[in-house]
Design a protein around this ligand. Sequence first.
Ligand SMILES: [Zn+2]
Length: 177
Amino acid sequence: MSYSCFVSEIGDLNPLTSCLVRVRTTPKLSLFIETLGAGQVAFSSNDEIRVNADYIQGYEGDVRKGITGILYHEVVHSWQWNGNGQAPVGLIEGIADFVRLKAGYAENWSQPGSGNKWDEGYQVTALFLDYLNGLRNGFVAEINKKMKSGYSDNFFFELLGKTVDQLWSEYKAKYNT
Ligand SMILES: [Zn+2]
């Protein structure tokens, strides 16, 4: 997994050390391949990533690419900020999928402009974040940094000069969706 990818997409998570990897007091992630609930793909909690063995078994297409994409997503959860628990879950999931997108593991995704809400999560939010990142290079890394100790929708205004609702409307209008 490329370290430089995380630095450029997620940014420096620790302003004190200027080093992403040092943000962890225990810089160790564990990966478990096991049987999870039916239909479940993977999840991460407390730096433990669990991938459903049945999902891998039944994967149609390039399984290496598919699982690598999932791992990108789950690893981001261990390194991103969550606004001390206040950030919308959809934004957290969107940032994780944004890194997956930028790493080139977004096969069979929806088209840009899809979705009904900016914080719907996953690919919907990831594609919106990609649009915002195009308006301001480094936007995702910057909003992630702001989410270290709390969260406010106003972060969007501070970085882009427009509210998140306004940005979402413009994004939808751009893609006619
Ligand atoms: Zn996730």
